[in-house]
Design a protein around this ligand. Structure first.
Ligand code: NDP
Length: 303
């Protein structure tokens, strides 16, 4: 297999999913005489967060989903943010609520996530949705791991019995990813910063998922031949003597690893577009449920 054939095109998979999401948005408008509505709250000036929010809103617009963008200054208090969320919770025309993370240090992310109506929690971070996922009865699933699962199941027709190693145990990526793969009958290892002999675990993985936030830390010595590698990391390298411009890299050293693996997601253009497509999917699901409709989940077959 040529190296080019080994690259998993996240944009292709995102478009594949959005092609199914789009008609549901159109049908919703015809049926309920209003657009599906996603509210996004951004607190502070973090440039990366601004880019993520912009991309989410652009994709929403392209899919006929109305968006409400609420930008609050860094010094916003937790109480003020809470009031914004309560108002969106009570607004029947708002279907999904997303608070862009990270929040400024003086605001508790836990309290903020807890205050979002679980039926509008399109990020899937609320403890009720988290618990449902772990119980094997998912409602809203966090977008990044959901996107990773979609890609993995499209690439590997049979994942039962595969050994998946996830590096990272965050509530946003690592833990829900582990739960999804466990439900898909993988044997799952979760590694983290206190894991001893990380390489020995990784080298045994049929499916290796890197969600660490350390630029290019995974090289070919961590990877089994013909493994599937999903690189969740997004790290910005500032300009240096070698590279005049800043650039985005993943947690995996793509150039070293690609020769050894069966398939790999690039950064950018891998997991990122799938995360946004899954957000649209979750928003559509929330909207139909908000109108009391029995939503047949287009991702049901992947769970
Ligand atoms: P967190 O910082 O919350 O978690 C990182 C995890 O990596 C932790 O569990 C940490 O362990 C573990 N870790 C850190 N250093 C090491 C190490 N040297 N060896 C092994 N494990 C280590 O990050 P997130 O989960 O939120 O995000 C991870 C990456 O994914 C980031 O680069 C982020 O930008 C990116 N991301 C990309 C998304 C996308 O759409 N593509 C969406 C979300 C995130 P411990 O728990 O012990 O601290």
């Amino acid at each position: 297999m040529k190296n080019l054939d080994k690259i998993i095109d996240g944009k292709y998979y995102a478009d594949k999913l959005l092609k199914k999401v789009h008609p549901l948005c159109e049908n919703f408008f015809l049926k309920f005489n209003r657009k599906i509505c996603l509210a996004v709250i951004l607190v502070g000036e973090d440039p990366a967060s601004r880019v993520y929010v912009k991309n989410k809103l652009l994709t929403a617009e392209k899919n006929n989903i109305k968006s409400i963008e609420i930008i609050l200054p860094t010094e916003t208090s937790e109480d003020e943010l809470h009031k914004e969320i309560v108002s969106l919770n009570e607004d029947m025309t708002v279907d999904g609520i997303l608070v862009q993370l990270p929040l400024p240090k003086h605001i508790s992310e836990k309290n903020v996530i807890n205050s979002i109506d679980p039926n509008k929690d399109v990020d899937g971070f609320h403890p009720i949705n988290f618990g449902k996922l772990y119980m094997g009865n998912p409602n809203f699933i966090p977008c990044t791991p959901l996107g990773c699962l979609y890609v993995i199941k499209n690439e590997l027709k049979q994942i039962t019995g595969k050994h998946a190693v996830i590096i990272g145990r965050s509530n946003i990526v690592g833990k829900p990813m582990a739960s999804l793969l466990l439900s898909s009958n993988c044997t799952v290892t979760i590694a983290h910063s206190k894991t001893k002999n990380l390489k020995e675990h990784c080298i045994r993985a049929d499916i290796l998922i890197a969600a660490v936030g350390c630029p290019e830390m995974i090289d070919d010595t961590y990877v089994k031949k013909d493994a599937i590698v999903v690189d969740v990391g997004i790290n910005r390298l500032e300009p240096s003597e070698e590279n005049k411009k800043s650039k985005l890299v993943g947690d995996v050293n793509f150039t070293k690893v690609i020769n050894k693996v069966k398939k790999i997601t690039p950064v950018p253009g891998g997991v990122g577009p799938m995360t946004i497509a899954c957000l649209m999917h979750n928003t559509v699901k929330a909207a139909y449920k908000n109108e009391g409709q029995n939503f047949i989940d287009i991702l049901e077959g992947y769970l």
